[in-house]
Design a protein around this ligand. Structure first.
Ligand SMILES: CC(C)(COP(=O)(O)OP(=O)(O)OC[C@H]1O[C@@H](n2cnc3c(N)ncnc32)[C@H](O)[C@@H]1OP(=O)(O)O)[C@@H](O)C(=O)NCCC(=O)NCCS
Length: 200
């Protein structure tokens, strides 16, 4: 089995990786449950936000010099309005939350602990910056979705073991084109939160 190393990049050091990361996100997010029919232009713009953020980070999983996985995070206050909105509407304090954008890994590298390392790195970064709450959101798909692969395992158990719990009242609405659809459709993404302080 090949060795994978983990490297964290922030600010301008994200830039040399943008093309590879954009292509990786498109490849992995085409699969269930995201089914995202992505475009390189959108991906470049999305990832450039991390290059512009002083407090954001991208965790890279590298096999030699090839990016086989990545995971992102930035303060929720800097995230897209669609992700801030449920917190604003619920009257929650945005400033205390560090937002995790995504974790993606090429299929052949899964199941060897890299997903845990992505969380470890991002949680340590959020702690260093003084954020008491870390959060991410996950798309909701019906159990009988026609493109759900047989034997697909949801990641809920993994997330719960990491100390996260879902907040169904915090749902982001976001539109993208599914691989089997002609145009964009609205998706609901439920937030999962973990807090190091009881009152958050
Ligand atoms: C999320 C993802 C990065 C996790 O990576 P990973 O390296 O396989 O995770 P790990 O090996 O650290 O395993 C994490 C836990 O998930 C479990 N797991 C492993 N493979 C799994 C699978 N196919 N389905 C569900 N859970 C799985 C492991 O048992 C482990 O739990 P444990 O700590 O109880 O042993 C990877 O599955 C992925 O890229 N998925 C597609 C994109 C996605 O859905 N991302 C999440 C939302 S952005």
């Amino acid at each position: 089995m090949s060795m994978v190393r983990i490297e964290t990049v922030t600010g301008g050091s994200v830039l040399p990786w943008l093309e590879d990361l954009a292509a990786l996100r498109i490849r992995v997010f085409r699969q269930f449950p995201y089914l995202y029919d992505g475009s390189m232009d959108y991906e470049r713009d999305y990832l450039a936000e991390y290059a512009e953020s002083e407090r954001g980070l991208i965790v890279l999983a590298l096999d030699q010099d090839r990016v086989v996985g990545c995971s992102t995070g930035l303060p929720l206050a800097e995230a897209d309005a669609a992700f801030r909105r449920p917190f604003v509407e619920a009257g929650r304090d945005l400033e205390s939350v560090f937002y995790f954008g995504e974790s993606v890994l090429e299929a052949e590298y899964r199941g060897r602990g890299l997903g845990h390392q992505f969380f470890d790195q991002r949680e340590a970064h959020a702690r260093r910056l003084g954020y008491p709450v870390t959060a991410f959101c996950a798309v909701v798909r019906p159990p009988d979705h026609p493109l759900r692969p047989p034997g697909y395992r949801v990641l809920d158990g993994f997330w719960r073991k990491r100390g996260y719990r879902p907040f169904p009242e915090l749902q982001a609405r976001f539109a993208w084109k599914d691989v089997d659809q002609a145009g964009e459709t609205q998706k609901s993404l439920v937030f999962w939160l973990k807090s190091s302080e009881p009152d958050h």
